[in-house]
Design a protein around this ligand. Sequence first.
Ligand code: F0G
Length: 351
Amino acid sequence: MRWPGIIATYRPHLSLAGHVEVVTLHEGNTPLIEAPRLAAALGVEARVFLKCEGMNPTGSFKDRGMTVAITAARVEGASSVICASTGNTSASAAAYAARAGLDAFVLIPKGKVAAGKLSQAVAHGAHVVAIDGNFDAALDLVREIATRRDITIVNSTNPYRLEGQKTAAFEICDVLGQAPDYHFLPVGNAGNITAYWLGYREYRQWGVVASLPKMMGVQSAGAAPLVLGHPIDDPETVASAIRIGNPASWDGAINARDGSGGVIASVTDDEILAAYRLLASTEGVFAEPASAAAVAGLAKHGRARQIEEGATVVCTLTGHGLKDPDTATGVSAHPINVAADLGLVEAALGI
Ligand code: F0G
């Protein structure tokens, strides 16, 4: 059966007005892959599952929120949308806006967006402007522009984005038949942790699941305002997707952490890159560095023996590894180059 996308699947659970013409690229229904080799490599005696959001149409979880935000924008008569982005939001906004026949405007931090993401925004015809400033400055400008002009913001400050993104929690519960005990995910602007917590709480409220997970947010040490407890001016990390110093959904993240008895922790860039390589080499799952932060967070809590034996753990892998080819080729060995000769090729292969 063809998967119709998250709006058609979860329509009764989404606050979206009556009869609308849905803008979809059939996002959602992403694989929840059990990862025993990764768990063993991390020394974690829990059942670990990977929610592979890189399998969405534009390669990240943003598509879940964008189908709802762009559908609503069109219903409300918008002709254009705007976002600030570290890359994935702009890729998704550009694609869904193209599908809806809307103009997309995008502000990005100059030189800090991974090549795959930028190529997507450009390919889908968005008007892309790079600013001398970080994501936080770009979002401030976007908010300013939206107050002066009739352009709809599709950052996660738009509540329709969170409505869509909460469906990932529904899918996890639908597959597991229960909520996990722990849910690890990277935190940047903090929309996604807010959305997951909303989704899990709604499923419990409706009696679909009996329990709630501990929400385990993970920030990069160089961009960890929620861990430090105050915004920071110059966030820096290899995980460019979460290079954010002043998350818009600050309160949502704190509510998710405290309401669930969870933690928001930080991991170093080295820990992120180690998790990035481990994920790809133990399970065949290629996720971008920000996504690997979730796994690095699990590793950290696992080392501290904070995950009990037999627990069910989900890590959201928010974006596909192909988004950021420069990090991929920068951290792994380059191919050995030889002539097209059997002896030389076998020698090079070491067989
Ligand atoms: N992982 C990836 C791959 C992301 O692109 C983002 C955010 C996050 C995690 C963090 O999610 O912001 O909801 O806490 N990317 C945004 C963007 C900021 O512009 O693409 P969050």
